[in-house]
Design a protein around this ligand. Sequence first.
Ligand SMILES: Cc1cc2nc3c(=O)[nH]c(=O)nc-3n(C[C@H](O)[C@H](O)[C@H](O)COP(=O)(O)O)c2cc1C
Length: 335
Amino acid sequence: MLEKNTQYRDKKTMLELVDIEPKGGPINQKNVDTEADLLGRPISAPIFISGMTGGHPETLEINKNIAMAAARFNIPMGVGSQRAMMEKDSLAYTYDVKKFARELILIGNIGASKLLVYDDKSVQRALDRIDADMLAIHTNPGQESIQPEGDLNFRGVMKRIFEVSRNIKQPVVVKEVGNGISKEVAASLNGHVYAIDVQGAGGTTWIGVETYRNKSRYGNAFWDWGIPTALSVLEAKSAFKGPVWSSGGIRTPKDVVKSIAIGAEICGMAKPIISSERSAGSDGVYLFLSKLITGVRNEMADLGFSSIKELSNAKVSFREPLNSILKQRRILKQK
Ligand SMILES: Cc1cc2nc3c(=O)[nH]c(=O)nc-3n(C[C@H](O)[C@H](O)[C@H](O)COP(=O)(O)O)c2cc1C
């Protein structure tokens, strides 16, 4: 599916409509510190790798290559849905990347609707089996609605998310898969989960993936359905008191810098990481991350920000139509 164009067609992240006011004149890159932290642990840049794969013997190599590159930069990584290993324990090794990268901050993954099937103990066991530090619960109604065998039973899912979050040891982040999270959904998660990972519109569309996979008649009509990433971050920040992560279509150092400036804690990426892994293995991912982090440092230097904390307090302005949408939705930048 990677060789197909499964990116949004007419919709962008809206990060292109965010402008950052420079803090002063440019500064020397040597004086820029990109270090951030997650769960009280330092990470070398406010970047993480979104969950993608696991469950098939071939995916061990991919997860291992990504994990080793992530560990070299000390940035967190997610695995793909752990459903396969929950159904068949013998597949757990395909997610078990900490044996190659002991210090990695690892994020487990399960679909929200699967929480109606699995009890809290099974979820806990799946996380402990791979020594995960967090759990990402993904919501993907857009994707499910295009799949012929899609699971459209979401009744009771919110209650299960709250229960799991309360009962497991690891902090929970609720993520989308590329359609974004609204302020209404963010408000309903407030106080129940640790973080929201918006995975908004502008990058990979799973409606697009399923349209190719299933030659769906409806897929094209909904291809671009979703809340652009920048808007989704601002929506979530306006209603949710915990950390909000920016993701979905993050591709460049500028995307990262703008995401932090509008209040995201960290930024996630999926497609560019798997593409670089497929083309050049762990070294490919390493090179991609190296260029990205250097680019973030350069951007920050040009704008006069010496730390991520300073950047997160940047003054920003919004171009149209983002500005009007934020007004219509009664959303202001929240720090
Ligand atoms: C190959 C691939 C597999 C993915 N598998 C999962 C998954 O198992 N669970 C999940 O929560 N998201 C999954 N995603 C979605 C990503 O985590 C992310 O939300 C989405 O791709 C948008 O980010 P991007 O624009 O950087 O690709 C997958 C994405 C890709 C590209």
